[in-house]
Write a protein that binds this ligand. Structure first.
Ligand SMILES: Cc1cc2nc3c(=O)[nH]c(=O)nc-3n(C[C@H](O)[C@H](O)[C@H](O)COP(=O)(O)O)c2cc1C
Length: 173
């Protein structure tokens, strides 16, 4: 697909068919995520790949009952490795760069998902400490997004968005 079509067609998909996706394809999607830039090339991001049904149910519970999470064959839990970035950049690495390294990867992956005609959604509403405990994520690493990926069982319409012109400040605010 043309890049602009991919960006335009990306929608948050919250309903998935009961159909598998090969692990290899999910790994390719993660590799595309990992092509994203990172502060000082610290690559302060890690990915926990979940397909186990029981773990997915626990993620649903940890994410305030967002039940569609467990419909997807795969959930990528994207983590900000605060420790890795803080080693070089201190507080700014811990609180900002690591989050940016991880979220840059999230957007790359969401676009790679669309390019393969799969569906996904960025989930940020979850109890972080519970997700960390569920997945045995170590200290200094913060789960920042859950990305369920599957075959879409819905075609969401585009939500109303502000015109980009309203968000652009020319020269100064
Ligand atoms: C930081 C962040 C957190 C989000 N958290 C959730 C979430 O917990 N559950 C959910 O269903 N969607 C979540 N979304 C998806 C947004 O609701 C969605 O992107 C927005 O409504 C625009 O729709 P679109 O993605 O189809 O353009 C999140 C998106 C972002 C960027």
């Amino acid at each position: 697909m043309e890049f602009e079509d991919v960006a335009e067609e990306r929608r948050s998909v919250r309903s998935f068919e009961q159909k598998e996706i090969p692990e290899e394809e999910i790994k390719e999607i993660i590799e595309i995520g990992h092509m994203a830039p990172s502060a000082g090339n610290r690559q302060a991001r890690d990915f926990v790949l979940v397909s186990d049904e029981e773990l997915k149910e626990r993620l649903v519970y940890n994410a305030y009952g967002q039940s569609f999470i467990s419909e997807a064959p795969w959930v990528i839990v994207v983590c900000a490795n605060q420790k890795r970035s803080a080693e070089r950049y201190g507080e700014r690495g811990r609180e900002l760069y690591s989050i940016q390294d991880a979220t840059a990867a999230v957007e790359n992956m969401l676009l790679a998902v669309v390019d393969r005609s799969y569906g996904a959604v960025w989930i940020g509403a979850f109890e972080e400490k519970k997700v960390a405990a569920t997945l045995e994520i170590p200290e200094g690493v913060r789960p920042i997004a859950l990305i369920p990926i599957g075959h879409p069982a819905e075609t969401p319409t585009e939500p109303k968005k502000m015109d980009a012109e309203e968000l652009i400040h020319y020269g100064s605010w």
